[in-house]
Design a protein around this ligand. Structure first.
Ligand code: NAP
Length: 728
């Protein structure tokens, strides 16, 4: 990290509250910029800001996103001890040397210092990294006197002004010294009703045998813990077990998605396509379960119905819908973020006489579609995959679209032996690229702002990304795609132009045109989706023009007509993030359930722990980066962090961990701030905010800073000795 200085001429008046507001802007976290000092002119018209950052570009990105596009960023060396040791008086006089006049200052450093002594000393001086002067802060004195003295010392400043001194950094948990304390006994909870004691005790219960649950199980077994996994499905695989709908396939380059805990697995498993289809993914998870002897630890067809924390024994009492009871020191919820299907509640839906299926509960025995009239409700990632896959097979396809979506081309292809050999040879580099990516994908962002290049350079960049497979257009795009409304609008417009080019009927193209910011909903990858609407057997019904009034025994009725159908496919999404967790009776130490705690929206520490719920860990739950991530890599990061935290407990001889309410509040507030400062904050009408579930509180459920920043935040907590957690 290096230090930088920017002096801003303010067009609109700024006060201390505004500085504090700017300092909470998510872009500082996203670009890893620390802002330790601000000297704000007393008239609110000028501001000297110091930053620590990876490079000047990061600071420029932050300034642009805060609205200061023209500011010059100067690399500096902060004098005498840097920002950490500087004393911060409430006010100071700022002397600026435009152009860094070395003659005037450096050569006369002693005279300058002597000249300023009478004003209560130099608080701090900032030299450009080439050694020439940039600015200094003087502890006291009047502006004119300071200017005169500098003049007399032969170091005339270009500007001298009085300022308030502010440390804009929010009091973040992550910089604090590690403090861990034993949790106080809770007399209320000690007497709380505990269900019948379990006959059996294990170290950990894991809920779910999808990617998260299997990964966690493998890790815990390696650590020597006894583990019981409960899985509602009849086999492993989680989303890849349930989402068997036509066209379901992964949206990460699949070789970068699988488990990384075993090099032998990476070497031996032969992926067939760049973006594997659901049957191949289901096979993969079955193979992992068998190869690492995980199956024996899983109870299939079993749902955890309740988990109650028993303060007396310091264990979770877990119950299942099959009547099993087990006590566990740790409860690890790997129940998934996209688990509970959300069916539309249209009147009459139960009267439909044809086949009606949600994509996430697609029957194992395939549904007959050939030659039938099919209606698909929903055009998110699941809807897009179904629509493009079945359009040519069915007699007639009616697409009921509420919100048009931005899709980018998937550009899937078979993988060759050569590809597979390359993946094995470059495995370490692939993982390193994923760690650098904002989304945990192999796609790494351009460090430049989209506004720092010419229009033709920008267009060429968009086009080049468009031609690449997967999420290149999203995650290899300009660094401020998701932070700058202007850059985002340019990218959104580019995609809209692409859609227009591919749809023959301009009226249909207009209905397919999204108007929200690109990436503010998860972007589906498509293979011929837009061309589907050029087919004679496909009709697009825009529900914003003609909403659905109800479902009849023979089809769907909108405000203007009846659509006769044999099959209705509900690609209508999930009660995402919290749905799987709040449907289980998870009762914490004071008798409150998680559903109650989250009545107004989720509240977590790092998305991994919840205050009042000791020894409960959540993998891939709300407030972590998984929703905008290559799930394989983000889940692995969660699993690693939890395993390390358990190791830490062991090392301390502790058996219990829980975040403090203050730490949880701080993380949750940070999650909300980051979302509000990004383009996501302009599109709250999505599952990221719970908007697709009637009655669900509108609060962001995902960490919008992305996978890389999330990983860094989690690592910072671990490296600092887990501040914010009580271990005892
Ligand atoms: P989704 O993104 O929530 O999309 C649901 C769709 O149904 C939206 O178009 C929504 O419209 C519409 N809808 C919901 N309720 C409706 C109603 N009552 N009437 C009419 N339309 C309604 O769900 P999803 O497509 O299943 O995807 C969820 C997430 O799963 C994705 O974001 C992604 O993370 C993951 N996924 C990934 C893949 C993959 O490629 N690997 C595939 C599928 C899913 P509005 O937008 O207006 O709410």
């Amino acid at each position: 990290m290096s230090d930088y200085l920017a002096i801003l001429d303010l067009q609109t008046l700024v006060d201390v509250a505004e500085v504090k507001r700017l300092a909470r802007h998510g872009c500082l976290d996203i670009h890893r910029v620390s802002w330790p000092l601000c000297a704000l002119a007393e008239d609110g018209r000028r501001m000297l800001c110091c930053y620590s950052a990876q490079d000047a570009e990061a600071v420029r990105l932050v300034l642009r996103q805060q609205g200061y596009r023209e500011a010059a960023v100067v690399p500096i060396t902060a004098g005498s001890g840097g920002f950490e040791s500087m004393n911060r008086p409430d006010a100071c006089v700022v002397a600026e040397w435009a152009g860094g006049d070395a003659d005037g200052v450096r050569a006369r450093a002693d005279q300058v210092e002597a000249a300023l002594v009478e004003f209560g000393n130099l608080v701090q001086d900032f030299a450009r990294r080439d050694g020439t002067a940039a600015a200094c802060l003087v502890g006291g004195g009047e502006v004119d006197r300071v200017a005169d003295r500098l003049d007399a010392a032969g170091a005339a400043a270009s500007r001298v002004w009085r300022a308030k001194v502010i440390d804009p950094r929010p009091d973040r948990l992550f910089g604090a010294a590690a403090t861990t304390v034993a949790p106080p006994p809770n007399p209320r909870a000690a007497g709380a009703a505990v269900r019948a004691a379990a006959a059996e005790t294990v170290d950990a219960v894991v809920i779910g045998a999808g990617m998260s649950g299997l990964g966690m199980l493998e890790r815990l077994l390696r650590m020597g813990l006894s583990v019981r996994v409960y899985e509602r499905g009849a086999d492993v695989g989680g989303v890849w077990y349930w989402n068997r709908y036509p066209g379901a396939r992964v949206d990460s380059e699949v070789y970068s998605y699988g488990y990384a805990f075993s090099d032998a697995l990476v070497r031996d498993w032969a992926w067939q396509e760049l973006f594997a289809a659901q049957p191949d993914l289901a096979d993969y998870f079955r193979h992992v379960a068998d190869r690492f002897e995980l199956r024996g630890h899983v109870r299939f067809d079993t749902r955890v119905s309740a988990a109650v924390w028993d303060e007396a024994s310091g264990r979770w009492q877990v119950e299942t819908d099959t009547g099993e009871r087990v006590a566990a020191r740790f409860l690890i919820a790997a129940s998934g973020s996209l688990t509970e299907p959300q069916l539309p509640d249209y009147p009459g839906i139960e009267t439909f006489r044809g086949d009606l299926h949600h994509t996430a509960r697609w029957p194992a025995a395939d549904v007959e579609l050939a030659g039938r009239r099919v209606g698909v409700i929903g055009t998110g990632a699941s809807g897009v995959q179904v629509i493009q896959t079945i359009a040519a097979k069915v007699a007639a396809l009616t697409v009921f679209q509420r919100t048009p979506t931005y899709c980018v081309p998937q550009r899937n292809r078979p993988l060759s032996d050569e590809d597979r050999t390359r993946v094995v040879a470059e495995w370490a580099d692939i993982l390193a690229a994923c760690r650098k990516s904002d989304g945990g994908f192999i796609h790494v962002a351009d460090r430049r702002s989209g506004l720092a290049v010419t229009e033709s350079e920008r267009e060429a960049k968009f086009e080049a990304l468009w031609q690449r497979p997967g999420f290149a257009f999203w995650f290899s795009n300009f660094a401020d795609l998701m932070m700058s409304e202007e850059v985002n609008a340019l990218a959104s417009d580019f995609v809209r132009r692409k859609i227009r080019e591919r749809v023959a009927d301009p009226a249909v193209a207009a209905r397919l045109m999204p108007d929200h910011p690109f990436g503010s909903k998860r972007v589906p990858l498509e293979n011929g989706y837009y061309e589907v609407f050029n087919r004679g057997n496909v009709r697009l019904v825009d529900l914003r023009e003609t909403p659905i009034e109800g479902v009849t025994p023979t089809g769907i009725r909108t405000t203007t007509e009846s659509h006769p159908l044999d099959v209705i496919v509900c690609a209508t999404g999930f009660d995402a993030g919290t749905g799987a967790l709040t449907r289980i009776h998870i009762q914490g130490k004071d008798g409150t359930t998680l559903a109650d705690r989250w009545r107004n929206g989720p509240s977590t520490f790092l998305g991994l722990l919840v205050a009042g719920f000791p020894n409960l860990f959540i993998v891939n739950g709300p407030h972590n980066a998984a929703a905008l991530c290559n799930a394989g890599r983000c889940i692995e990061q969660n699993v690693d962090w939890i395993a390390r935290c358990l190791d830490e407990l062991r090392a301390r001889g502790a058996v219990r961990v829980e975040p403090t309410p203050a730490a949880e509040a701080e993380w949750t507030e940070h999650v909300l701030d980051v979302a509000a400062g990004s383009v996501l904050g302009r599109m709250t009408n999505s599952w990221f905010y719970g908007a697709n579930v009637p009655g669900k509180p509108r609060r962001v459920t995902i960490y919008a800073a992305g996978a890389k920043v999330y990983r860094q935040q989690c690592e910072a907590v671990a490296a600092a000795g887990y501040p914010g957690l009580m271990m005892g």
